[in-house]
Write a protein that binds this ligand. Structure first.
Ligand code: IPE
Ligand code: IPE
Ligand code: MG
Length: 234
């Protein structure tokens, strides 16, 4: 791995939990549980490799279309994650943020998430953003409405960027350098629409629960072989 060309911000669409469970003939929620274990590994790996920002897509504004059993199962896993990981996150100096409208989550999950954010707020290592009830379009609409409410006219690109979850509220997180999607799907599914304008996309067939540090490093190596031009000439 080339150390001087590390992506500063890696965004991940953690996809394939359902298919992983299906392959094993076990309930979908067990796939989500295995997915959570993979997420733990990738958080620690990111911190070890020296990535500054990791943003993961955990639940989209469209995922409410799933059964209440599956949706409830995902939120329960979030609570389990916080209970089991809080110490390790603090030991690794990880600071957790959330993006998306988590006011709509069940109260127990909302409170846990808030605990996690509060108790890691002074850490200055990896910044780990969890996107929950997040949608890229909803994020832009919310931001623009806030600008209007604040009496802004002649809205600039900078204004919109600042109005997003990743903007002023979280101290202006830089746009993702690398967007990873697992499970062989090659689409953005309403994730970080504004922020990914010039991100490099890397796809892998690996299902998210099978993700590990070795595969993660392989994907970063692919990123490092890319030539980013931003519309200019290399
Ligand atoms: C991703 O896995 C996790 C969430 C969307 C919450 P999926 O549940 O989408 O898994 P597949 O795509 O059905 O395999
Ligand atoms: C995207 O995956 C959302 C998350 C990983 C949380 P989906 O499985 O919901 O996306 P589609 O439906 O395949 O586009
Ligand atoms: Mg999916």
């Amino acid at each position: 791995m080339v150390d001087n060309n590390m992506p500063k911000h890696v965004a991940v669409i953690m996809d394939g939990n359902g298919r992983w469970a299906k392959k094993k003939n076990i309930p979908r929620v067990m796939g989500h549980n295995a997915g959570m274990q993979a997420m733990k590994k990738i958080v620690i790996a990111s911190s070890q490799i020296g990535i500054k920002y990791l943003t993961v897509y955990a639940f989209s504004t469209e995922n409410w279309k799933r059964s209440s059993e599956e949706v409830g199962g995902i939120f329960n896993l979030l609570i389990k994650y916080v209970n089991s990981e809080l110490k390790e996150l603090n030991d690794n100096n990880v600071k957790v943020n959330s993006i998306g409208d988590y006011s709509l989550l069940p109260k127990s999950a909302r409170n846990k998430l808030q605990d996690l954010i509060d108790s890691t707020k002074d850490n200055d290592g990896l910044i780990f953003n969890i996107a929950i009830n997040y949608g890229g379009r909803a994020e832009i609409v919310r931001g623009v409405n806030n600008l209007i409410a604040n009496g802004k006219s002649e809205i600039t690109e900078e204004d919109i960027a600042n109005s997003l979850y990743t903007g002023d509220e979280l101290g202006n997180i830089p746009d993702p350098d690398l967007l990873i999607r697992t499970s062989g799907e090659e689409r953005i599914s309403n994730f970080l629409l504004w922020q990914c304008a010039y991100s490099e996309f890397v796809f892998t067939d690996v299902l998210w629960p099978d993700m590990d540090k070795e595969e993660f490093v392989r994907l970063i190596n692919i990123y490092q072989s890319r030539n980013r031009r931003y519309g200019g000439r290399s």
